[in-house]
Design a protein around this ligand. Structure first.
Ligand code: RP5
Length: 181
């Protein structure tokens, strides 16, 4: 028997030595795992979880944002839709974004109109790619230009991709391309 408790090579019949308290210190605590390793392991888990999260600032955005869901559905890409406002429910937006990767999401599509802070608020709380969809819906002051600028003009270091005005289908196609699906 070796010092490490292994049987000697050659198939010897020596019985295992009983455990003796006070012998060599043995730690039963698992070695710490790097976050990157956990992420890699999560990436390999094949579950029926949505890969794309579609979020929007208001129920009034639903009708147009459903076009993104339709495109993903036709491509067989699992997705979910949620309404959450960056201004009215900032805590919910932060919580959803922070948990997104852990829940299995890989891309987030965020649609909003007027002072369209939602895509940027999501991007501030996740390192997943975020695709913003500027919407020209009700209350727009400049035919949708207000939402376009709100989404495009992110500060350096916090990118948000931006598709054309009222074009959630392009966001879905871009999400599919990011996923390689
Ligand atoms: C934005 O304000 C929403 O994305 C929506 O486009 C717009 C109007 O919202 P509602 O007043 O219809 O809820 O935050």
């Amino acid at each position: 028997m070796s010092a490490h408790g292994r049987a000697p090579a050659g198939g010897g019949s020596e019985a295992p030595r009983p455990y003796t308290p006070g012998g060599a210190a043995v730690s039963l605590a698992p070695d710490p795992i790097a976050e990157s390793e956990i992420r890699a392991q999560l990436d390999e888990i094949d579950v029926d979880a949505p890969l794309v999260g579609i979020v929007m600032g208001s129920k009034s955005d639903m009708e147009i944002m459903e076009k993104a869901a339709r495109e993903l559905h036709e491509r067989g890409i699992l997705h979910e839709m949620r309404v959450m406002s960056a201004h009215r429910e900032p805590g919910l937006v932060a919580e959803y974004s922070k948990n997104a990767r852990m829940r299995g999401l890989r891309v987030i599509i965020a649609g909003a109109g007027i002072s369209a802070a939602l895509p940027g608020a999501v991007a501030a709380n996740t390192d997943l790619p975020v695709i913003g969809v500027p919407l020209s819906g009700r209350l727009t002051a400049a035919g949708g230009l207000d939402a376009i600028l709100s989404i495009v003009q992110m500060p350096p270091g916090v990118p948000v991709a931006c598709v054309g005005l009222d074009n959630p289908r392009n966001a879905a196609i871009l999400a599919a391309q990011i996923l390689g699906a």
